[in-house]
Write a protein that binds this ligand. Sequence first.
Ligand SMILES: C[S@@+](CC[C@H](N)C(=O)[O-])C[C@H]1O[C@@H](n2cnc3c(N)ncnc32)[C@H](O)[C@@H]1O
Length: 344
Amino acid sequence: MHNNPLPLSMRERDLQLFLDSLGVSLPCVDTAILDDYIVIHLEVFAAALFEANDNKAVLLAYRIQGRVFPLLIVFLRGSEEIHFCHSTLLLASYVQGNRMANLLRKVTDTFFSNDMNKMLEILEPSWMNTPLFGQLDCRIFWDTKPEIKIVTDLFLARLGKVCRIPLFPSVFYYNNVYDQNLLEAALSELDECRDVLVLGTGAGLEAVCVALKYGIHVDAIDINPVAIANTIAACRRTGTEHLVHAWVSDGWTEVTKTYDAILFEAPLATNTVDAQDPNRYDFGGKLLRKVLHGLSSHLKAGGRMYLMSRPDLTPFLPAHGLQWEVLRYFETEDGLAIHKIWLE
Ligand SMILES: C[S@@+](CC[C@H](N)C(=O)[O-])C[C@H]1O[C@@H](n2cnc3c(N)ncnc32)[C@H](O)[C@@H]1O
């Protein structure tokens, strides 16, 4: 949405972040072109984030008076049971006013009034005649709010309210028991810290909490560019964008600094081949091993990592250089722990 001269609403700006992170740039304003639907193919990496079949996903947009508005992201997912998946990008209102919102809703309804095969043909001809099992709504969750008590207490104390933090498709749901235990164990221990890193930031909740509680600079990284967009959106919603710097990094690859504290709610090491979701699983514990083997280069003297993972870290730790203790165990079907790890 680089084609909009008006100041954008909060949600329009979030939507722009989301689309930018997928590498989508909408065509520029061109009033000479008539109003019509536009289909834009997403890049392979973006389709892969949605686990789209054949790495194919498209953005359906509509041009009104030369300006292009995104309507939907659509892709197919599944092997035996193939689903037609769509993420609606429509907003309740646009800075151009309600007329625009109504118009966009209408053209979206008109698109959905086609029979399924016609829709598939318009979106991606190679999808025609695909036997579909059903539809999946993979939308942005605009109204989600933090529910973890340590977080809601902090929000109320610092902001006077618990504000909404949107959750973009492909990003890990932030109201989870792993995050709760990590924050309960680590947040109160960061008193003396000046430089904190959140590894695998997801939607950005931990970064926001550290920034809100201590008013210090926080770096936040994730392999998923949509998680980085989500973290920036979370910071904008909480007034912490001047404190948090977020960027894409696969483990340590794009990290050069050293830190007083590093928080990492790790995907769980597993040997199950079909556990492919990078939010949840770390096949063979490769990421955990790499992170722990590189950790000593990223900790200051006295620095430590707070890690949510399985209770036994021995298979993943380097032979020398690090010490660790379990701060707490907590019960899930896997049996998990919060570890504190520091330089020997
Ligand atoms: C369990 S989620 C935690 C998300 C977030 N911290 C939260 O509490 O909601 C794990 C995160 O690690 C990220 N991740 C997975 N592999 C990664 C890698 N190689 N480098 C950096 N981040 C990675 C995922 O994208 C995901 O956001």
